[in-house]
Design a protein around this ligand. Structure first.
Ligand code: ADP
Length: 256
């Protein structure tokens, strides 16, 4: 059922905190294989939206589907993690005392449950998967390095690699390039563009240069949509050029 149509469908989502509407009739429709960038000023509701998708926050009302059949509002947070939604928070979280290779190994074995992981050895197919992932996340030469010694950007790539080892259908990424150097940001854009199509991605970012790179390059260059959130709902949606030319968006970012 995920072969066509929407990977994620949110409609009329409302979340209130003590009467304050953090999400106010939020709707969002992400196609299978789509890369969607989400922008919006602080307090717009971006984190709350991610929390609703991952089951961390239960909305007061609305609809949220993963694919056409899985009702996210009927799933617990731990179940949602297992149905193919991977979330990357802003700060890197890797096992600092383990090597890069061991971090990926653990992520791969996590599928089989904590007990199995201690006992089974990696087969050649699994070794190949880790080697391919090291290549993809630009850490091939760092495989035996202790993760705690990596740069900030390298830790972010490692964590993304760990999420990818579990082959998520949908990846949610919260400000992935915050704190990265220009070169690391550039390489992160390349990485994400290489995932487009095989995975669906929702990228929340403030870095407009990065968003420009993501939306104007790759398989669907120039056609990718950017969603602008403001005060808990969608203010504008369209190509980057379209939303940047939108009067309401200009007002929210520059005016008042
Ligand atoms: P963003 O990620 O776009 O900066 P958030 O989703 O974090 O926005 O927040 C949206 C609004 O909801 C903000 O005004 C924030 O203060 C409020 N908010 C978020 N979480 C809570 C909470 N647990 N309790 C009260 N208010 C909250």
């Amino acid at each position: 059922d995920l072969a066509h149509g929407s990977i994620l469908y949110l409609d009329d989502i409302e979340v209130s905190f003590d009467g304050f509407k953090a999400l106010n009739k939020l709707s969002l429709d992400i196609a299978v294989g789509e890369m969607r960038c989400i922008i919006g000023p602080n307090g717009a509701g971006k984190t709350t939206m991610m929390d609703v998708i991952t089951g961390k926050t239960r909305p007061d009302s609305g609809t949220a589907f993963f694919g056409s059949t899985i009702d996210l509002l009927k799933k617990r947070e731990n179940e949602i993690a297992q149905i193919g939604i991977g979330r990357k928070f802003q700060k890197p979280t890797v096992f600092e005392h383990l090597s890069v290779f061991e971090n990926l190994e653990l992520a791969l074995k996590a599928d089989r449950g904590p007990r199995a992981s201690v006992f089974f050895k990696l087969g050649s197919e699994q070794l190949d998967r880790i080697a391919a992932m090291l290549q993809l996340i630009h850490l091939k030469s760092q495989a035996q390095r202790t993760a705690g010694l990596l740069s900030h950007g390298q830790k972010q790539w490692l964590e993304i690699g760990m999420l990818l080892m579990q082959d998520p259908k949908l990846l949610l990424l919260d400000e992935p390039v915050a704190g990265m150097t220009d070169e690391e940001t550039e390489r992160t854009a390349e990485l994400f563009l290489s995932l487009e199509g095989a995975h669906s991605l929702v990228v929340v970012e403030h870095d407009m240069k990065f968003i420009h790179e993501l939306t104007t390059q790759g398989a669907t260059a120039g056609k990718k949509k950017v969603t602008v959130l403001h005060e808990g709902s969608v203010l504008a949606e369209g190509t980057l050029a379209e939303v940047q030319a939108n009067d309401k968006v200009v007002e929210v970012y520059l005016g008042r």
